[in-house]
Write a protein that binds this ligand. Sequence first.
Ligand SMILES: NC(=O)c1ccc[n+]([C@@H]2O[C@H](COP(=O)([O-])OP(=O)(O)OC[C@H]3O[C@@H](n4cnc5c(N)ncnc54)[C@H](O)[C@@H]3O)[C@@H](O)[C@H]2O)c1
Length: 346
Amino acid sequence: MNSSKPKILVTGSAGFIGSHIYDLLFGMGYEVYGVDDLSGGFIRNVSQKKFFTKLDLRDRTKTATYIEKIKPDIIFHLAADATEGRSQFTPFSAMDRNIVAYKNVLIPAIKCGLKKMILTSSMSVYGAQQVPFKESMMPQPEDIYGISKMSMEQTTRVLADVYDFKFVVIRPHNVYGPRQNLSDPYRNVVGIFINSLLHGKSFYIYGDGMQKRAFSYIDDVAPAMVKAGFKKECEGKIINIGSDEPVTLNDLAETVLKTFYGGGAGVPKKILPKHVPDRPREVKYAYCEHKVAEKLLGFRSKVKLSEGVSKMTDWAKSIDKQPFIYLTSLELDHPKTPKTWTAKLI
Ligand SMILES: NC(=O)c1ccc[n+]([C@@H]2O[C@H](COP(=O)([O-])OP(=O)(O)OC[C@H]3O[C@@H](n4cnc5c(N)ncnc54)[C@H](O)[C@@H]3O)[C@@H](O)[C@H]2O)c1
């Protein structure tokens, strides 16, 4: 390992995207540390256990002690409660795991001489504006998760200006692929669909299924995020990263079924998707333009949905069905709370 290279910290390094980022950086020969509380990540995703620390970043004192020990030059911040659709029902979790945990990392890191923050934000900051979302649009989040990400972005911009560190804001969208948490009934629609089929059950589609998203394969997203962390041209920029192939949820369902069962006739009748009412504040059309990523990073997403779903299905079959794990209770409950969660239908 080259000691003249910067020291890097990846938060959320046992999670889906964070573990891929960690491995890419480690493979490039960096001294790279990983931290995660394993609330949504898995130790099986951690390739370098001796550089890994299990820590809840909501704990301000322990996090400061950890950061003072590592003294990272660069941080890729991915730790989060990313359950966007649930965030209206678990706002403490969204705020604490996103805004508070981020502040707990950022402030001691600044004190220790942080040079660059690569903040993983989200497409959710755009809300329900005209698609495709462009980086030049003013954030207008529709949900608590989006509000938390917007706050993290703005905190970064202000503190970077005052304390003179560099930053890049990445806004990925609908990322999927191997290592994604299949046990989460609240998010990761591709994973929920595939895991339901592994259980021999049908899956649920909220609303009419005509919501549009561009599902982005991890092998397109993670390398672009790493590249953005090192390119001078990306400093101070906001960059959308993801696929240019918007599809409806119904299209996604068809692709998953076709991949899993090898075509229409092979799909058992009891497995056909069931439609349930919309989730409160779910944005109907949400996908991004990627001209900034194309210009700054030469980025073009390459993996088509059918290919990505096929690779993810192979991986999911290799680890086999996973139990869906629900919270014991939501922080707020309401008649609008999706029945899929209250009645544990997924
Ligand atoms: N997956 C996507 O489609 C997507 C899209 C846009 C943005 N993002 C963002 O990318 C990042 C990674 O998302 P992901 O999909 O890999 O989710 P993930 O849940 O797999 O990863 C997040 C990780 O953060 C960890 N974490 C949560 N709270 C923590 C805490 N208090 N202390 C320490 N660790 C904590 C979890 O254990 C988990 O491993 C998140 O910031 C998310 O908001 C993801």
